[in-house]
Design a protein around this ligand. Sequence first.
Ligand SMILES: *Cc1c(COP(=O)(O)O)cnc(C)c1O
Length: 489
Amino acid sequence: MQYTSTRAKVSESSSHCLLAGISSDGGLYVPKSFPNLSGQYSLMAGENYVQRALRVLTPFFTDFSKKELDFAVRNAYGPQFDHPKVAPLRKLGAGDWLQELWHGPTLAFKDYALQLLPRLMGPARQRQRMEEEVLILVATSGDTGKAALEGFADVPGMRIAVFYPSEGVSPLQKLQMVTQQGSNVAVFGVKGNFDDAQTSVKHMFADPALNEVLLARGFRFSSANSINWGRLAPQIVYYFSAYADLLAENAIQPGEKVNFVVPTGNFGNILAGHYARRMGLPINMLICASNQNNVLTQFFADGLYNANRPFYKTISPSMDILISSNLERLLYEVLQNSEQGVQSLMRSLKETGSYQLPEQAREQLTGGFWAGFATEEQTRQAIRNASEHNLVCDPHTAVALYVREQYKQQTGDTRPTVILSTASPYKFARDVANAITGESLEEGAALSRLEKLGLPLPLPVALLQSRPVLHPQVLEKTQMANALLQFTR
Ligand SMILES: *Cc1c(COP(=O)(O)O)cnc(C)c1O
């Protein structure tokens, strides 16, 4: 399988794409074609997660040997996941299932990609005969940072530097990152919001002078953000896995179409669902759930992407995003693979903060995507409602639950629907406990409150409380490159 860029005609191998992260023309790598797995999802019903993952991933990683891929996938989805099914379904009401994507070591769905990506980078370096160390740069809205740190810590030939908005993540997310152990890791708070951190990271990536200095020191940049193809591909797996589980339970007939509801920020997770659909998985509607930062809701309504709007800090911070980077890949597709078309929209976004999708391209979106959003109060209400039905859910999942109801009411569609639960409520204990009880609790009290609601305290959270803070630094945006130079001295 070869990959091209959304902004130029190129032809690259998967190992190149994993290591480069982003194409040198500024575009994102996309596969030149998609394998058709419509003959395989029924077989997957009798398989475990590792077997399902190998079916989905093998066609994309053709320059890895079977042995390498097997080894990486088996180790990625091993005992660090605290559920034997890895991505289990939980039945909610009639026709609704929750897919719990937080059984990995950092309690958010990012683990599904970030436990695998580092394990592929070693073989990718060999394939590319790369002598330099890989320097992973991450801008995080909270969950990516920790998941990447956990995946890359102490992996030979790799270093990782994570930048998070210092006031934009939950207390537990911050604690997870600033206590990270490992001889090859650095973590920095940045004054500003996620978009500030992400924009600065993109600039560092593209800065020729900085790249040259680092190369002289024996480092080459790569990215573990969801723009890296190695982040997207592993996420396709759990859509297939959910469908296979529904088949195994006889909840659906083979070929029957289902909906997925996806709490969305950078558009990586839901795009993986779209790719699963292109690969033949019977998906009817992908429902894009946003919080108050509802730039995507408007985009799907009228084709106008407009980032010129207030930025809200919400209780679902991993979705506090105004520039959804992965949307570029979908644009490429609906613009009929026109690199010029993508370039012109991205130029408009950069220069004016907005773009309008041409009518023809818009038509291709309707029918496959539906979008809605939840305000803060609606999110809290959804947490409360869920808890009355014995479900303790995190705020991102609550946004999805709210939009799921909205969709049902507005369309009358009662197809089987899987709601992706992207984080454990323990990651956002204070806001969850507050939504349920109305009390403002300290972090510790909030954790025990969730335990009393019947949710077992995950081991990684229990261990966290006694870990020393190793990364206290908070920077101005302008100091980020300097911090990187210190780290690689
Ligand atoms: C990252 C994240 C999201 C958003 O996913 P995208 O792929 O960026 O759209 C939603 N919920 C949680 C808990 C997350 O960590």
